[in-house]
Design a binder for this molecule. Sequence first.
Ligand SMILES: Cc1ncc(COP(=O)(O)O)c(C=O)c1O
Length: 385
Amino acid sequence: MDDAWICGRLGEDESWQLGAVNPPVYETSLFTFPTAGALTEGLSAEDENYVYSRGTNPTVDVLQRKLAALERAERAKCFGSGMGAISATISSLVSAGDHVIVLGAVYGPTTQFLRYLEKFGVSHTTVHADNPAALDSAVKPTTRLLYLESPSYMRYGIIDIRAFTAWARGRGITTVMDNTWSTPIFQKPLTMGVDLVVHSLSKYIGGHSDLVGGVVAGPARLVRPIAQTEYQLLGAALSAHEASKAIKGLRTLPLRMRAHQERGLEVAEFLAGHPAVRAVNHPGLPSHPGHALARTQMTGFSSVFSVELGTEDLATVARFVDGLRHFRTGVSWGGFESLVNAPALTTQESVRATMGIPLGLVRLSVGLEDASALVADLAGALETS
Ligand SMILES: Cc1ncc(COP(=O)(O)O)c(C=O)c1O
């Protein structure tokens, strides 16, 4: 089944929708039952029957069916945010006394959540490694989970997914991967040995910077307990309205990702050739150290990447950011609008140093505006900074 069909039609039900091209938005918290006995049955399998929208909702189910199919997963469960999905997934897999290995740089709040879990007796170690053997010194008898992002956060390094998941499988360790950067259009981690995939729907999948949502996808044996326990108890439910927006986002996802890829590469190539730029961290560029590996596990590249300006002067970074007209300053990414984010201007120096982020590093999210206008914008800002 091709991804365009999944995004457009899969999981929708002609009879239920009465021919409407968009699935109805089930704007209800509550589903009633014909008899008291039916209610009891519904409650005992709440993630499969409609009882209450903190558990399940038909509009959200449409989105879940599509996301599961895109990730080649048996099941998917949507959440009220990416962090809702990530925190529920990690919580489901670990208990007091367990240990987690984090591979490389991951989204900051994910690491903060792991630090938060320390008060419940869950420890973690971050390992920056490019081969699985390096994990042998970090692994403990209590290691339950290997958590990764590829491309990695802010520097967009590529991790050998097949090699690391094989290492984890051999030790009975569950692998969870954040696939937000690539979207399932460009990368399908479950087909490479990853056990569970998580996403923020708030980026490319939503695609219009108008919703916050998340998802976990994988085998039913791992997703069902999350749906029945953490989803219900931690309460990060996705509303039918947000799900409906994500369904509309999915309709154009394959098209948008191709357009993001084209524009992102055009802008990255321009920057790579500019004398004021020290480095461009975009795995789609043949000069990127992970490019050859990326080609074996990804079918395309999204348009968020970082550049390292050849400066040690904070004021130069600020002038560059302020000199941009098309790229607006903002923390998120994956929508229509191009965005810029300079950690040196927003993050404490000590935090930046721990993350290995140089002063001149600037993240760009290339949107869907005309690429030549974006290049001209960057050229002008580099000239005047
Ligand atoms: C890679 C990545 N994963 C997860 C998240 C968290 O998603 P949300 O903001 O939807 O909670 C983000 C948000 O920026 C992200 O960049």
